[in-house]
Design a protein around this ligand. Structure first.
Ligand code: HEM
Length: 415
């Protein structure tokens, strides 16, 4: 397996490299990935590829920490170590319990299904308008004009960001998460600036919310207390950056990759046209298929054994959700895109204590966008090649040129 370099980002420019993970699941379920020219910190790391092992690790945060372990000064959930002063132990998703559980409990009601139902009608209207504008153009970039817009509008609304600022934030998030012109662990002047601009914007927004709180998530973050103490300034600012990135990057990629799968399978698009009860199942299959967050890392907090492999405190361990989601031990015919798959216990949103806080929001966004498309669009066809994201951290699309045909009354549904 030593020919597989998961840190060489060019491996990901045609989508997620499933063939390599088929081999890993089969032959080396707990694989030691030796350091390569691209590996940050000069460290090797463990690669878990089977569903069962990933579920075990994600459910045992005592052994598999999201923060750090051993003698490391930093840690976090990327292959590269992030410093403890602004990431590991500060970002919600890179924090261990008990602090993690307490911050999470504070935020959870704001994104609970009950709360989201209150904004569903508004999201529907937004999705209808987004699709109508794209249909009016005829030819457009499905990623930019369609898939990215609703998640961005929704996260701006939830956080209490003025809608007119959303494209600026989108631009910064794109640059911060982009690996087009850099390798893992490298920070360019462009990324440094985008990260700084996002943080400065978040700090200004939080100060405004502190002075004049409203009914939104950033007002909550600015004013809430745990044991009588507010979240630290850095925790608040990093929460803003996390939610902007998590809220905008992931869902758009699932929507775009889902649409690409449907364009290749026009019979499924027509089936959805005829029978909307298939939509919830289609959303789950798109989530499994796209696995737009392909992996998260943990750090071993103690020496232990897994499948006969000796893991030491401080070792990096990567959990590949995208691989678990194609594990034949759990999913029959795993490389088949099947919108009627049942059950579909995919791990696209992770598992355990860090299970995606935005899962209900992402599902709702996907449902309303595909509903608006099915309502208004007869056929979608690609007019050029899909440009995939050059990243092993986000599986997705940068550009996807399409032609949309408006639905004619009484039409039969093409694609
Ligand atoms: C299709 C869309 C999405 C996918 C595939 C996705 C995937 C994930 C995954 C795999 C994790 C677990 C990380 C880990 O275990 O280390 C996670 C956590 C998280 N996600 Fe999502 N996500 C999506 C949408 C969203 C949205 C829309 C938001 C917020 C507005 C969001 C906010 C978060 C947060 C805050 C966490 C950290 C939770 C914690 O550590 O307790 N995500 N997500």
């Amino acid at each position: 397996m030593d020919d597989i370099d998961l840190t060489a980002l060019d491996l990901f420019t045609a989508g997620f490299p499933h063939a390599h993970f088929d081999r890993l699941r089969e032959n080396a379920p707990v694989h030691w990935h030796s350091p390569t020219a691209h590996t940050p910190d000069g460290d090797g790391f463990w690669v878990l590829s089977r569903y069962a092992d990933i579920v075990t690790a994600a459910g045992d945060s005592g052994t598999y920490s999201s923060q750090g372990g051993g003698n490391r000064s930093g840690g976090g959930t990327l292959i590269e170590d992030l410093p403890a002063d602004w990431a590991a132990g500060v970002l919600l998703n890179m924090m261990d319990d008990p602090r993690h559980a307490r911050v999470r409990r504070l935020l959870a009601p704001s994104v609970a299904p009950r709360t989201l139902r209150l904004i569903e009608d508004e999201l529907r209207e937004r999705a209808d308008a987004i699709v109508a504008a794209a249909v009016a153009k005829g030819e457009c970039d499905f990623l930019i004009d369609l898939a990215a817009e609703l998640p961005l509008q929704a996260v701006a609304q939830l956080l209490g960001v003025p809608q007119e600022d959303r494209h600026r934030l989108f631009g910064w998030a794109n640059v911060a998460l982009d690996y087009q012109d850099r390798e893992l662990g490298e920070i360019t002047e462009r990324t440094r600036q985008a990260v700084a601009e996002t943080r400065a914007y978040g700090t200004r927004l939080l100060a405004a919310k502190k002075r004049d709180p409203a009914d939104d998530l950033m007002s909550l973050a600015a004013t809430a207390t745990i044991d009588g103490a507010p979240l630290s300034d850095m925790e608040q600012a990093m929460l803003f950056s996390l939610l902007i990135a998590a809220g905008s990057e992931t869902t758009r990629n699932s929507v775009a990759l889902g649409m690409a799968a449907l364009i290749e399978r026009p019979e499924l698009w027509r089936a959805l046209w005829r029978d909307r009860t298939l939509l919830d199942g289609a959303v789950e299959e798109i989530l499994r298929w796209a696995s737009s967050t392909p992996y998260n890392r943990r750090t071993a907090t103690r020496d232990h054994e897994l499948h006969g492999q000796r893991i030491r405190a401080g070792d990096k361990i990567t959990l590949w959700w995208a691989s678990a989601n194609r594990d034949a031990a759990v999913f029959a015919d795993p490389h088949r895109f099947d919108i009627t798959r049942k059950p579909n216990p995919h791990l696209a949103f992770g598992r355990g204590g860090h299970f995606c806080l935005g899962a209900a929001l992402a599902r709702m966004e996907m449902r309303v966008v595909f509903t608006a498309l099915l309502d208004q669009v007869d056929g979608v066809e690609l007019t050029g090649p899909i440009e995939y994201t050059r990243s092993n951290k986000h599986t997705g699309v940068r550009h996807m040129p399409v032609r949309l045909t408006a639905k004619s009354v009484g039409g039969q549904g093409g694609s």
